[in-house]
Design a protein around this ligand. Structure first.
Ligand code: GRF
Length: 230
């Protein structure tokens, strides 16, 4: 590969889904822009009926169903996932509503090359039914988080977060819809930063260089760099 080819090479994404695939769609739309530094080379669903599969097919992206029910051991299911991702030459695995817990073996194989989007401000509200719990607790802000995956559920170095206000009359559905808009935005932004080589994990935390997007609750590395006391 020449230097020029290396520069032009886009980061190869593998996206794992289980359902609707709206975050997948946000990534598909971003990757359709010629200047976006990543491309989706494979979408894998563990459920044959996942609506996200049709989104990928419409965009001309290779899809694969690896149905967890076809495997007796979780390890075998994950070996199949791993083999498909390797065969496709995937650089970065994006979990996008993927509803299976992954064993430490799989997570460690893809360490710092495996990211997830979660609908809360982690480390608050790990797990499922985040919006129901947020409303029940009466908190004023929730949000969304993109993070590197570690073996513990919804754990790992945080790449990007958006804070989203909770309205007094919110239902779980209305809140989910508001948060989802931000999920789409920060997932795309996090992938862009990783593809541009700006993201590094050090001491369990993510450091980002040379990015200035101090909007809608996103971290602002430029501001951090400008402040010598931090
Ligand atoms: C999103 O809220 C995501 O944060 C969570 O699962 C949901 C998936 O939605 N992990 P979609 O399939 O991307 O539409």
């Amino acid at each position: 590969m020449t230097g020029e080819e290396k520069k032009r090479r886009r980061l190869r994404l593998g996206v794992l889904i289980s359902g609707r695939g709206s975050n997948l769609q946000a990534l598909i739309d971003a990757c359709a822009q010629p200047e976006f530094p990543a491309e989706i080379v494979l979408v894998i669903s563990n459920r044959p009926e996942a609506a996200g599969l049709a989104r990928a097919e419409t965009a001309g992206i290779a899809t694969l169903v690896v149905d967890h029910r076809d495997f007796r051991e979780r390890e075998d299911f994950e070996n199949a996932l791993n083999a498909a991702l390797k065969d496709a030459g995937v650089d970065l695995v994006c979990l996008a509503g993927f509803m299976r817990i992954l064993n430490p073996d799989f997570v460690n194989r893809w360490r710092d090359r495996l990211i997830n989007i979660h609908p809360s401000l982690l480390p608050a509200y790990r797990g499922l039914k985040t919006h129901e719990r947020v409303i029940a607790d009466g908190v004023r802000f929730t949000g969304a988080t993109v993070h590197f995956v570690r073996p513990e559920m919804d754990d790992g170095p945080i790449i990007l977060q958006a804070a989203v206000p909770v309205h007094p009359d919110d239902t779980p559905d209305s809140l989910a819809a508001r948060v989802l808009e931000y999920e789409h935005r920060i997932y795309v932004e996090a992938v862009r930063w990783i593809a541009e080589g700006r993201v590094r994990v050090s001491g369990g935390k993510v450091r980002i260089s040379g990015v200035s997007t101090p909007e809608y609750g996103l971290i602002s590395p430029k501001t951090q760099e400008a402040d010598p006391t931090r």
